[in-house]
Design a protein around this ligand. Sequence first.
Ligand code: SAM
Ligand code: SF4
Length: 421
Amino acid sequence: MPHYHIWTIGCQMNKADSERIAGYLEQMGYQPSPKAEEAEIIVLNSCVVRQSAEDRVINRLNSLKSLKSGKILALTGCIVDSRVDGLRHRFPHVDLFFAPQAFFELVRFLEDRGLAPKGLDSGLVTLRPKPSAFVTIIQGCNNFCSYCIVPYRRGRERSRPVAEVVCEVEELARRGVKEVILLGQNVDSYGHDLPEMHTLADLLVELNQIDGLVRIRFLTSHPKDMSQRLIEAMAQLEKVCEHLSLPLQAGDDDILRAMRRGYTVQQYRQLVGRIRHALPYLAMSSDVIVGFPGESEGQFGKTYDLLRELRFDTVHVACYSPRPGTIAARKLRDEVPAEEKIRRRKKIEMLQEGIATEINRKLLSQTVEVLVEGRKKGKWWGRTRTDKLVFFEDEADRMGQLVEVKLEKTSPWSLQGGLAR
Ligand code: SAM
Ligand code: SF4
């Protein structure tokens, strides 16, 4: 039986795309291989959101050169833009470049070479049933935040029709999936381009009725687009989890304006207040960029202070990285030195470690519902509705089950406990 190997970096969108590609390849009779050396087909799913990610992709591509003979190497993800010729010239050992979501180009490529049966079902969903599955509901982004390359690589927003998403989630639930994570660069603008003008709140109402499905999550929300109706839907619909990803990016109004984020610090603060009022048990995660062009020590301090005030459960901190073609890279000088960006990043990470330690410590001795997703180093692991990682030991096979775990140990990154009896 021939094998495939998929290497993925980047956001959940990429992970979702890789799951989909794996589904197609398995439908064609290929088996997964954890090692590229043992696979006939290698797919690299790339990210270029920051230079460091792009460097990793290029290193990986170069390291595969020596391994290549007799194998098919395909490259997808955000490194693939409309000018494939440049990539072809740089990486002649790559057989196929296909844009994110253009899975069928891979299928056709394999069919044309007699490496896949013809007439594959394009409506196929992930083959391997898992307790939790990603479902992309809106592709692309219309926002053009000044630092971000995503709209250039993933194009404009395109929502999938409600009926199509519902049908896919029903099928996933039939195959045993208990949790879906709805994905989009900006999920709050879901539906604005559909003829019926549905919203994310409408979609959540539909999905909440699906038998067998027990949890619904969605990400990423945009502070300028998050509606009161969505907040109310989250509060009312029992399957929608108490977790929200709401990127802040900066705690200073001038930087936010230069980032073209479309909200002020005060608007963000009020939004968080409204959300927490409606959803008191909500866990929140946020993203921050440090060292954006012109960010002074004082402006950085405002971001730091705002994070200390708002106390999120998780914060992803990134050092600003100029991306070719973006507004910031064209118009603003990347003037904060690299070592200063790293110092700022570490300062926020230390702050956040303290906050997460305190938030998680409060969970000690509580019993939480965990959806078991796998096994690592002799322990079962899964997540709470608030997206906290939980480890516990048990002899029985708990894969895919919803269990109650009494927490005995907490850390900023994960929780540990035993089955509540
Ligand atoms: N759509 C989401 C949003 O509005 O934040 C996230 C998309 S972006 C791919 C994921 C994260 O990467 C962002 O939240 C941002 O913090 C970070 N990011 C994007 N472009 C960046 C850049 N040029 N330099 C550093 N970090 C960047
Ligand atoms: Fe990038 Fe902004 Fe779109 Fe998020 S909302 S993908 S940061 S342009």
